[in-house]
Design a protein around this ligand. Structure first.
Ligand SMILES: Nc1ncnc2c1ncn2[C@@H]1O[C@H](COP(=O)(O)OP(=O)(O)OP(=O)(O)O)[C@@H](O)[C@H]1O
Length: 265
């Protein structure tokens, strides 16, 4: 077993049977320290989302091991908060009630939900404030912009104080300005709450701006072929994205992905 908070040890994951199934991951190794913010990039279809499913226990690995916080993962983990490309808010629930959903369904919150409802509401409101959505508690998803919905989704992923936050292209559907604004929000959330964050993205600027370390995956079957430490001081602001050294890192990562795609062709 590795020494990280999240350890992926020589994992293979195949969807379907041996003969006709799809081998999505093979020889996958990754170790993420507690409180670290990492990003995973790679060619389309290389198995990034599959890696997330394996880490969160949503899909069993075919061989190898996954452990989180020293425990072998063998089913869905409740210590994980997740957000995806689509905000997936429940349209009949207000902002506040969407954010509170994990407290209604995960333990230990579920058993004390009725009793502590007003306390939980305060907690949800504090998170909404942190992401700049103060005063939007009673709005429904259709009354919010795409960027606002994604902020709500982030709050919902954080409300049960997960030790591990998994983000699968959370900002991909947003325009560039909103996306950049939300990078700032995410950085602030991470610096305030300090969960371990695993971000899957196609956007290399996003990866370099946000992460302590960026991992590049090979084409399918996916494994890590390159890792790069990102040493810009925090808090980072958007000005760094215009610096030559920032551009050089993004270019270098791009070259690795390009090579991985060529190798697959
Ligand atoms: N539930 C599933 N059943 C069968 N095959 C699947 C399933 N989910 C994913 N795959 C296959 O596994 C491979 C990896 O898919 P995955 O979604 O993990 O890639 P990705 O890197 O996240 O892709 P993208 O960058 O396009 O979002 C693909 O070939 C995909 O078709």
């Amino acid at each position: 077993m590795g020494t990280g908070f999240v350890d992926i040890d020589n994992v293979a994951l195949r969807y379907g049977g041996e003969a006709t199934g799809t081998l999505a991951l093979s020889g996958m190794n990754l170790s993420v320290g507690k409180g670290e913010f990492i990003a995973v990039v790679g060619p389309s279809g290389c198995g990034k989302s599959t890696l997330m499913k394996a880490m969160s226990g949503l899909w069993p690995v075919t061989s190898g091991g996954v452990s989180v916080a020293g425990q072998t993962v063998s089913g869905p983990l409740s210590m994980v908060g997740m957000a995806f490309q689509a905000a997936t808010l429940l349209p009949w629930r207000t902002t506040l009630d969407n954010v509170m959903l994990p407290l209604e369904i995960t333990q230990p919150y579920r058993s004390e939900f009725m009793q502590k409802k007003s306390q939980f509401r305060d907690k949800a409101r504090a998170l909404l404030k942190l992401v700049g959505l103060e005063g939007f508690d009673e709005k429904y998803p259709w009354q919010l912009s795409g960027g606002m919905q994604q902020r709500v989704s982030l709050c919902r992923a954080l409300i049960h104080e997960p030790a591990l936050l998994m983000l699968d292209e959370p900002f991909a559907a947003l325009d560039m300005f909103t996306r950049e604004e939300l990078w700032g929000v995410l950085q602030e959330v991470w610096m305030t709450k300090n969960p371990t964050v695993i971000l899957v993205t196609h956007d290399l600027r996003e990866a370099v701006y946000l992460a302590d370390k960026v991992y590049v995956m090979s084409s399918r079957p996916g494994r890590i072929i390159h890792e790069r430490d990102i040493e810009f001081a925090r808090p980072r602001d958007l000005d760094i994205t215009f610096r030559p050294d920032f551009g050089d890192i993004a270019h270098d990562l791009r070259d690795h992905i390009y090579t991985a795609r060529q190798d697959a062709a």
